[in-house]
Design a binder for this molecule. Structure first.
Ligand code: NAD
Length: 263
């Protein structure tokens, strides 16, 4: 079967949390598509097993302009500095609000500071990332696209995910609400909801996810119709939503989860 290959030559794409995991794969896919890529992350070094070259260096090897920008997305001032930097490359054309944290915890044990922190990073990061990028797109008058990273937990309850799930539910409604108000400015806002992906965020789940790979018997994981993904299986949805091929798509969250949400 074939592949879609959108082109982003001349576009500036900001991906938050692109040092590792899904964000790294998304940033490199945009680099492959010719975009200037800015990685806004709290740490430069990848956390992924077998990955030691920073994302922006790999992107440059693909022949594009790329930078690492140290940024804690929970601080709108730091996000603003990223948008400011993007202006030097013509302004943000695509904003991918992907940075996120996750800690497994039973609902009854979640402390106020833990709930606050996961919302500061996941929810505030995506909210103000969307708002600041949209302001910049509107001021340039050329429109643009935002793609947020949600999760299957936005709609499916999972054990020990309550505080994280409330951030992802918020991102789903942020995506719809912002899409409503920004459409008149030619800014589309969509999201991707990954299911289990073998990255470091999932603590220990990585090993299991690698075991439940394409060759394994689907009955190994009866609640997951396909299997766990590798990060490389996610970018296609991001690039589609960011591309002109999705010009009539806004406010949508696309499940990219191996069928996880149907169970
Ligand atoms: P990851 O831990 O591999 O990558 C997360 C990246 O975000 C890291 O590079 C990290 O340094 C960065 N980051 C963390 N806090 C930050 C902050 N305050 N400011 C800026 N950057 C920060 O995890 P991942 O699995 O690639 O997760 C990426 C996104 O995908 C997250 O939003 C996560 O919630 C979501 N997601 C992951 C899965 C999964 O199974 N891996 C499933 C659904 C959704």
């Amino acid at each position: 079967m074939g592949h879609l290959s959108p082109t982003f030559e001349g576009d500036t794409v900001v991906v938050t949390g692109a040092s590792s995991g899904i964000g790294r794969a998304v940033a490199l896919a945009f680099a492959d598509a010719g975009a200037t890529v800015l990685n806004a992350d709290v740490r430069e070094e990848p956390k992924d097993v077998d990955a030691d070259v920073p994302t922006h260096e790999l992107a440059r090897e693909r022949g594009v302009t790329a930078e690492f920008l140290e940024c804690d997305v929970s601080d709108p001032a730091e996000l603003e500095a990223v948008v400011e930097r993007a202006r030097e490359y013509g302004g943000v054309d695509v904003m991918v609000n992907n940075a996120g944290i996750h800690v497994s915890k039973r609902f009854r044990d979640v402390r106020p500071e833990e709930l606050r922190r996961v919302h500061e990073v996941n929810t505030y990061g995506a909210f103000f990332g969307t708002q600041l990028a949209a302001e910049e797109m509107i001021s340039r008058g050329e429109g643009g696209v935002v793609v947020n990273t949600a999760s299957t937990t936005m709609g499916v309850a999972e054990w020990e995910h309550s505080h994280y799930a409330t951030t992802k539910g918020a991102i789903r409604m942020l995506t719809r609400s912002a899409a409503l108000e920004l459409a008149r400015h030619d800014v589309r806002v969509n999201a991707v909801a990954p299911g289990p992906v073998a990255t470091e965020i999932t603590e220990g789940w990585s090993e299991r996810a690698r075991e439940v790979g394409p060759e394994s018997d689907a009955t190994d994981q009866p609640t997951l119709p396909l299997r766990a993904a590798t990060p490389d299986e996610l970018p296609g949805a991001y690039l589609f939503l960011a591309s002109d091929d999705a010009s009539f798509v806004t406010g949508e969250t696309v499940w990219v989860d191996g069928g996880d949400h149907v169970c």
